[in-house]
Ligand binder design. Structure first.
Ligand code: ZN
Length: 306
């Protein structure tokens, strides 16, 4: 098969690995830009999107927009970046005009906003205000989704993602990249919270994600991490149909963030191999494969690549 270099829609790194705290229990730490490039060499990834995380729920220390931009300046041929803003920024108000900051980061080359990890309901006025500002300046947003407030990081929705649906339909110009377990769990029909929180390896009975992707052209799928990878690998027949129908709005990704990696097994390698194999065996067309692992990112992020 023709070798296609992949583009990673979702990764995290720090330019200051010597300063960032290690995880108390397992001594993992955020990896450096150079370490991430080392993994990209092994995974045959040409370029990745660096996502800052600024809300305190997700980590011990903020990973800022400025740090992401700094790493892009060091390695402009390997990285692009999103900026990030906590919706409580500048006076903790639902009326703050964030377009000023968004335009600032956009002028420095930011391609979007995320990963949004604040643990607040999606339709909290403060968060909705930030989404509206992103729609206004055409900044796509990568969301990490959680099931409740407290004990999680990520924006909160109920079973069946009704609040996300309302948001997507209210702001048709807002582009959302869906990510995390509680987003991709909805690929299958879910009966209750237990199923929503549980591990996800059974065959897919088409659920909320398929319907939302059909009804909301502004919803995109970030296939990174165990969540996105599992949603595809759990049921290759369904994955082939899903990837073919939504070939223009799905993105390959890794969500590599720590070293040594927290991924169970060899997830980034397994998922890359899974996609390669889907194309090699003809379960998806070469056209669909190329879009998902590379071409969609080039178009969506306006990258200077072929
Ligand atoms: Zn992430």
């Amino acid at each position: 098969m023709e070798k296609i270099k992949k583009i990673d829609i979702h990764a995290h790194a720090t330019p200051f690995p010597q300063y960032v705290p290690k995880h108390k229990d397992n001594q993992e730490r955020c990896l450096s830009d150079e370490e991430l490039i080392g993994l990209y060499e092994k995974l045959d990834i040409e370029m990745g999107v660096l996502l800052p995380c600024v809300s305190p729920e997700a980590q011990t220390h903020p990973n800022t927009s400025e740090a992401a931009k700094f790493m892009v300046d060091k390695h402009p041929d390997r990285f692009v970046w999103f900026c990030n803003i906590d919706p409580r920024s500048v006076y903790n108000l639902p009326t703050t005009d964030h377009t000023y900051l968004l335009e600032h980061y956009k002028s420095l080359g930011a391609k979007g906003l995320g990963e949004m990890t604040i643990n607040m309901y999606i339709d909290d006025p403060m968060l909705e205000n930030l989404f509206a500002c992103c729609a206004e300046v055409d900044m796509p947003v990568t969301i990490h989704m959680a099931p409740e407030v407290g004990g999680y990081y990520g924006i909160v929705d109920d079973l069946g993602l009704p609040r996300l649906e309302k948001l997507l339909k209210k702001y048709p110009k807002l582009k959302i990249l869906g990510h995390s377990h509680h987003f991709w769990a909805e690929i299958t029909k879910l009966a209750n919270e237990e199923e929503r929180n549980g591990s996800q390896w059974s065959k897919v009975v088409p659920g909320t994600i398929e319907r939302l992707m059909r009804e909301c052209p502004n919803l995109y799928g970030d296939l990174s991490a165990g969540s996105g990878g599992t949603a595809m690998m759990r049921d290759p027949e369904y994955a082939a149909k899903f990837m073919t129908e939504f070939a223009d709005r799905l993105f390959y990704g890794t969500d590599i963030c720590d070293i040594p990696s927290t991924f169970p097994g060899n997830l980034p390698y397994d998922f890359a191999a899974f996609l390669d194999n889907m194309a090699e065996t003809g379960m998806i067309s070469m056209d669909v494969y190329k879009k998902i692992v590379r071409e969609n990112a080039i178009k969506f992020l306006n990258l200077d690549l072929d």
